[in-house]
Design a protein around this ligand. Structure first.
Ligand code: FMN
Length: 252
């Protein structure tokens, strides 16, 4: 009799536990919906909140949150790099930097492609050839800094994309031939500066955004930019400071 009562009590508290758990999940869901409505279109605030949650969860589990900084700047006093540094100073946790100008990218000739296809087919993703791809796939957040070069970005960044676009690591194709992202990151920020005041998006940020959303499955993609830096008489310091202030405002 006692045992039966105990069992009933046990079931009751299990049920109660389940109800309170579902209640907590509903409260979290509603608060996130309210947040999303409040910040319509401003995915930054939602992503910040998500990143905070992920960081706390990772801390509890003793895991590391990793920000990947892809640095395509070549000049010692790079203005793009300065803006990226300002952004990175706002982030917590370890940063892994990839300096593209220090990498001797392999020539993507036929033998390279054949070897790569064979490794992918055999599922040998631990090959050093895929180190950059694996690093990108496991990053929690990505920041890319690249100056505007010839309406686009330095060629090293395109070489980098060619290295990390590995089916089975950073993306895969659905049976219908549509790419699906396999990357952990939810947010990618593209930081750039331009000498002139014409900064069309198509060939620089537009390309990066298409890769991030279409291939890697990264939904929150933003550009931070400063233009007109090489125009005669430009107040470079004021332009850069303006971009940094805008960054602070957007991230608040
Ligand atoms: C190879 C090269 C190509 C460039 N192409 C452009 C361009 O197409 N449009 C433009 O507005 N500025 C162009 N610039 C100027 C740079 O975008 C500008 O100086 C930028 O701020 C440099 O960034 P950094 O200080 O991070 O190196 C070019 C500069 C270089 C060196």
């Amino acid at each position: 009799m006692d045992k039966a009562a105990g069992e009933t009590q046990g079931e009751g508290s299990a049920r109660f536990g389940f109800i309170s758990l579902s209640g907590a999940a509903i409260v979290v869901l509603i608060s996130n919906i309210i947040y999303a409505i409040r910040y319509q279109g401003e995915t930054n605030a939602c992503t910040n909140r998500f990143m905070m949650f992920r960081r706390k969860r990772a801390q509890k589990r003793g895991e590391r949150i990793m920000l990947l900084f892809i640095n395509a700047c070549v000049r010692e006093n790079s203005r793009s790099r300065r803006l990226a540094d300002h952004l990175l100073a706002r982030r917590e946790g370890p940063i892994e930097e990839v300096r593209l100008h220090e990498i001797a990218f392999p020539v993507a000739d036929e033998s390279f492609l054949e070897r790569r296809d064979r490794l992918i087919e055999e599922g040998r993703f631990d090959d050093p050839m895929f180190d950059l791809a694996r690093q990108f796939a496991k990053a929690d957040e990505v920041v890319i800094a690249a100056p505007l070069w010839d309406l686009s970005f330095p060629a090293s960044l395109k070489q980098y994309f060619e290295q990390i676009n590995v089916t089975g690591v950073t993306f895969r194709y659905s049976p219908e031939g549509v790419p699906e992202g396999l990357c952990r990151a939810k947010r990618l920020t593209y930081v750039t500066t331009a000498g002139g005041n014409w900064l069309p998006k198509e060939f620089g940020f537009g390309y990066v955004e298409a890769m991030a959303r279409g291939f890697y499955g990264i939904g929150d993609v933003k550009m931070i930019s400063a233009a007109g830096l090489d125009i005669d008489g430009a107040d470079v310091e004021a332009i850069l400071k303006g971009a940094e202030d805008a960054m602070d405002q957007a991230e608040r």
